[in-house]
Structure formats: structure tokens, C-alpha cells
Design a protein. Structure first.
Length: 213
């Protein structure tokens, strides 16, 4: 079993100390922090999500896995920063109203910050007006909306509609397990990606486009 698979397995069982120890070993083997995140921790959390949907695990198991995941991400965060990319722009991020899930949102925040984007994290259960008011207040380039529940996805459309109604310059990026490119097109959002690393790349592209003379 590769060390990335071992990290995934330890994280899924909620074994924080083993997860952190294996991450240290991987870093000592010169495996990049982004690789550990994208090929060790993320697949493990995705697998837990699948197991949960198939009733193979339940909420307590998911929560202890999420805690191990969070501790692993905290360890990697300083290594995901790009010191050459600073002051690129401003993003307002949050999980939409009615949804309390924040793991995906937190990963995107870390990756955005790693690209030198200042992130204003509104947390979870965020009203459409809160996203838009904060973007207006800070002259943000991006509004990033996350949802893990299909029942909360319509909140994203409310954000898009409010941005258009207010005529603000911010682009709207959406993401989360049930979200798709087709849904992005349907509600008129500016961008959708299916992972945190891609979200950061697209965020940089959109900010550069917005700020181009």
C-alpha cells in the first residue's frame, strides 16, 4: 500500500495521530503537500461520502473522519501557500443558507489563500444577502458558494440573481458534491469546478480577467 493510501485509510478511521505521522513521513519523502491533499486526504473523504450515501457508515464515523481530515489539512496549510502570489484579489466564501457543511468550503479557502487571494469566510448557513452585501462592502472580485445538500442548491441561484439585481462586479463561483456544470449554466453562475485545486486556478483566471485594463 502506498503512503498516500495509508493516509487515506488512517483518515477514514479517524486516527488523527497516525494520519499526521503519515503526512510527516510523506513530506520527508518529498511528496508535495498538494499531492498529499489531492491524492491522500481528498479521496479518503470522497470514499467516506460514498459509504455514507450507501449506508455503510453513519454520521459519527463521518464526523471523526472529518476531524482527522481537518487536522491533516491544518498541517499542510502552511506548505500550500505560494509566497510569490500575493494580493491577487478578494473572494467572499461561504456555505449557503440551510447547509452547515464546511469541509469543502474550507479546502477551497485554503487553496485560494495559497494563490494569494484574500478570503473573507462567512462560514455556514449564509443568506444570499450576506454574500452580496459583503462583496459590495469589500469590492470583492469573487463570491464563492458551497452546498452539500441538493435541497440548499436553489440558494445559489438567489445569490446569482441578487448579484445581477444589484449590478455588482463580483463573479459567482459555485461548488459542492451535488453541484454540476449543467446546474451552473442553468442558474447563470460564472464558474463551477469539481475540486478545490481547480477552483483556485479558475479563481485566479477570473480575477485576472476582471482586473485586466
Amino acid at each position: 500500500m502506498s503512503i498516500l493510501n495509508e493516509i487515506s485509510t488512517a483518515m477514514q478511521t479517524g486516527d488523527v495521530s497516525t494520519t499526521l505521522s503519515l503526512i510527516s513521513d510523506a513530506l520527508n519523502q518529498n511528496i508535495a503537500a498538494e499531492t498529499i491533499l489531492n491524492e491522500g486526504l481528498m479521496p479518503g473523504m470522497n470514499e467516506m461520502g460514498e459509504k455514507f450515501r450507501n449506508y455503510e457508515v453513519f454520521v459519527p464515523e463521518v464526523l471523526i473522519a472529518a476531524r482527522a481530515m481537518q487536522k491533516g489539512v491544518e498541517k499542510l496549510t502552511p506548505l500550500l501557500q505560494d509566497e510569490n502570489a500575493v494580493n491577487r484579489g478578494i473572494a467572499v466564501i461561504g456555505t449557503v443558507r440551510g447547509d452547515m457543511h464546511d469541509i469543502g468550503k474550507n479546502l477551497v479557502r485554503i487553496m485560494l489563500e495559497g494563490k494569494g487571494i484574500a478570503v473573507i469566510d462567512l462560514g455556514t448557513d449564509v443568506l444570499p444577502e450576506q454574500f452580496v452585501d459583503k462583496a459590495q462592502e469589500t469590492d470583492a472580485d469573487l463570491i464563492c458558494c458551497s452546498a452539500l445538500l441538493t435541497t440548499t442548491m436553489p440558494e445559489m441561484k438567489k445569490v446569482v440573481d441578487l448579484v445581477k439585481e444589484k449590478g455588482i462586479r463580483a463573479k459567482v463561483m459555485i461548488g459542492g458534491a451535488p453541484v454540476t456544470e449543467e446546474y451552473r449554466a442553468q442558474i447563470g453562475a460564472d464558474c463551477y469546478t469539481d475540486d478545490a485545486a481547480s477552483a483556485a486556478e479558475e479563481a485566479v483566471r477570473m480575477i485576472e480577467e476582471l482586473r485586466r485594463p
